[in-house]
Design a protein around this ligand. Structure first.
Ligand code: AMP
Length: 403
């Protein structure tokens, strides 16, 4: 790696400010899904074992620069303490006296979690004075928050100007290594599976994938309807971006010109409108795409499409997957996404490198019980897409270069 890693730092007795991504769902004061917290544990343990005084900082939700109780990280400190089996102190603020007192009280190998960075509007503005206040708490800076690396904020970029060394944490390093391998040197056949709501969000990554000689592009989720409509199919009330029809056709032509096989759904689960599912009354049926009428709304890929997509993965050596195949949050429209989760896990068992990113696809591999088959589960959503699209992430660019 071009950037300094936590493994290059002399941590003993040092105050290490570790920017983590603890942006987790919290319900009734309890952490609902701790995947992101667990993902940071190797770095935290590494720092403790090497005698650092660990200062953890994160954002949570969108409190818009104000103190909002439901976005407090206090319950995360308690949860982390249980996971680590050791005390985790909590500072009521991420800067000022509250933070300083807790940091000063740390002994080697001890941990404090600072309150939500976004309680201060200066965080998202990448404010210099605020960044300097954060930096004044520490001797060394480590960024392990890959999911926030595409944002230039005070805790991801600004702070690096005021510390001697800014290094990548173990999770950050792992993300950069796996995703870096995919964009620089993927083993072929290389297959990308894209889903989710919008084509517009994914255009840069689709173009980058075509540039990187992806062999097959499998498109599901609502974004498939924009492609299908552009090809002249009736898609009824399915979610379509009408201003993207031309772009969808251009992508299709680019695929043809570059020898990229573009696979779209051939059947789907539909409802007669979006309304019935709201009341819990689901009248779903699976039909071929060409049977769709003006009243139908496509909610998920069908069984035939799951089978076609799965067989397109059979000989794949590298697979990336981002975005659900349907309205994953509303069963039974999670079936297509779960089917693809099993298919990518089987490919990984055969030896393919499989990278899954984005909240819903990650939730799907967990729900399907195949998370530990996946080569690398990326903790980033937007950051993963931007990295795969070939953009330099500000939070990575700001780290100290290896000399
Ligand atoms: P994204 O954030 O772009 O990955 O999109 C995720 C969202 O896409 C999820 O909330 C899904 O419910 C939604 N989605 C996927 N397929 C469909 C579909 N066929 N119709 C409507 N929404 C969909």
């Amino acid at each position: 790696m071009r950037k300094l890693s936590i493994r290059d730092l002399d941590l003993s007795g040092k105050r290490a400010f570790i920017r983590v991504d603890f942006n987790v769902p919290i319900k009734d004061g309890e952490v609902e899904d701790d995947t992101r917290i667990r993902a940071a544990i190797p770095t935290i343990n590494y720092a403790i074992e090497h005698g650092a005084r660990v200062i953890l900082a994160s954002h949570l939700g969108r409190p818009k620069g104000q103190r909002v109780d439901k976005y407090s990280l206090r319950s995360v400190a308690e949860h982390l303490s249980k996971l680590l089996g050791k005390p985790v102190a909590f500072a009521e603020d991420c800067v000022g006296e509250a933070a300083r007192a807790k940091v000063d009280a740390l002994n080697d190998g001890e941990i404090v979690l600072l309150e939500n960075l976004r309680f201060h509007p200066e965080e998202e503005k990448n404010d210099e004075v605020f960044a300097q206040q954060l930096a004044s708490l520490c001797d060394l800076y480590v960024n392990d928050a890959f999911g926030a690396a595409h944002r230039a904020h005070a805790s991801t970029v600004g702070i690096t100007k005021f510390v001697k060394q800014a290094a990548a944490g173990l999770l950050m390093e792992k993300e950069l290594e796996y995703l870096g391998r995919v964009i620089s040197n993927p083993e072929h056949p290389f297959v990308a599976i894209l889903g989710g709501a919008k084509v517009s969000d994914k255009i840069p990554v689709i173009n980058a994938l075509i540039d990187r000689n992806v062999d097959k592009l499998l498109v599901g989720g609502a974004m498939a309807y924009t492609f299908l409509k552009a090809e002249g199919f009736t898609v009824g009330k399915s979610l379509v971006e009408n201003d993207m029809l031309g772009t969808a056709l251009q992508i299709k032509q680019r695929c043809e010109a570059s020898g990229v096989e573009l696979l779209l759904p051939t059947d789907h689960q539909i409802v007669d409108s979006y309304e019935p599912i709201k009341g819990g009354q689901v009248l779903a049926k699976t039909i071929p795409i060409e049977f769709t009428n003006a009243g139908h709304a496509g909610m998920d890929i069908g069984i035939e499409t799951v089978a076609r997509f799965s067989s397109a993965l059979k000989d794949a050596k590298t697979i990336i997957w981002n975005g659900p195949m349907g309205v994953f949050e509303e069963p039974p429209f999670n079936q297509g996404t779960i089917g693809i989760a099993h298919a990518v896990a089987e490919a990984a068992d055969r030896g393919a490198i499989v990278i899954v990113g984005g909240g819903d696809s990650v939730a799907a591999v967990t729900q399907a019980g195949v998370a530990d088959h996946i080569t690398h589960i990326s903790t980033g959503g937007g950051a993963t897409l931007e990295f795969l699209a070939g953009k330099e992430l500000p939070g990575v660019a700001a780290l100290t270069d290896r000399t």
